[in-house]
Design a protein around this ligand. Structure first.
Ligand SMILES: Cc1cc2nc3c(=O)[nH]c(=O)nc-3n(C[C@H](O)[C@H](O)[C@H](O)COP(=O)(O)O)c2cc1C
Length: 216
């Protein structure tokens, strides 16, 4: 404990949001109140970013026809992914990988254009722009969980096709289609685990001391 430590209930709430955040693909329609959506986007905007470049841009999709076109792009990529998976293709096709048609809000999270001039922290690691946007998305995800809303990150799409559809400038890049909104219940564990698709590894296998692979 330090003088700066949160109170016990505050700390518990932070850890609870982290533990109970789930990638959601089942939504029950409804709406997200404008003030709540604004709070969530503000949480995203509080994220750290390399050199304070704030590379995030969020496109709120309110046009129903556009939402359907986005879903069609995801469906195309879902089929291509299944083909690429070979023997796991049938199992993959049984998974629900997005909730675009039944979520309250669809947001496209994108990297801004004209990023090359931002060199601080990116000279050797240009992908730190993507890391920064990911921090913003995680903030949004955790805040949404605390507000009782589910969110799902969909990355099954062709970025150029989506950029063209949304009339994004050259050099920008969509990184995530975010499905957001009320859910009937939160999955008690990652859905891919519940569906038997993947098994998570324990933290103790992933923390090394001094040398790669050396577990303390
Ligand atoms: C960068 C990123 C991209 C993802 N893309 C997809 C996706 O396209 N479709 C999907 O169903 N889940 C996607 N997920 C969700 C992961 O499958 C999920 O986070 C993981 O299985 C762990 O589950 P949890 O988030 O509920 O803990 C993505 C997650 C991340 C972080």
């Amino acid at each position: 404990m330090t003088d700066h430590t949160f109170t016990d209930p505050e700390r518990a709430a932070v850890y609870r949001a982290i533990a109970e955040r789930r990638d959601m693909r089942h939504f029950c329609g409804g709406t997200v109140a404008p003030q709540l959506l604004a709070r969530l986007l503000e949480a995203a905007h509080h994220a750290p970013s390399v050199g304070l470049m704030q590379p995030w841009r969020f496109l709120r999709i309110t046009d129903k026809a556009l939402r359907a076109q986005i879903q069609a792009q995801v469906e195309e990529e879902r089929i291509r992914t299944a083909e690429a998976l070979g023997e796991r293709s049938d199992d993959f096709m049984k998974l629900k990988v997005e909730g675009i048609s039944d979520c309250a809000e669809v947001l496209v999270a994108a990297l801004m254009d004209d990023r090359d001039k931002h060199i601080f922290g990116r000279r050797t690691l240009p992908e730190m722009d993507m890391a920064s946007l990911s921090c913003a998305i995680q903030n949004l995800w955790l805040a949404a969980r605390a507000e009782g809303l589910g969110m799902g990150w969909v990355s099954l799409f062709d970025p150029q096709a989506l950029a063209d559809l949304l009339k994004m400038p050259t050099g920008s890049k969509p990184l995530a289609i975010l499905c957001l909104g009320p859910v009937k219940e939160f999955y008690p564990a990652p859905m891919l685990v519940m569906e038997g698709w993947a098994q998570p590894r324990g933290l103790q296998e992933l923390v090394y001391e001094n040398t790669w692979g050396v577990i303390a």
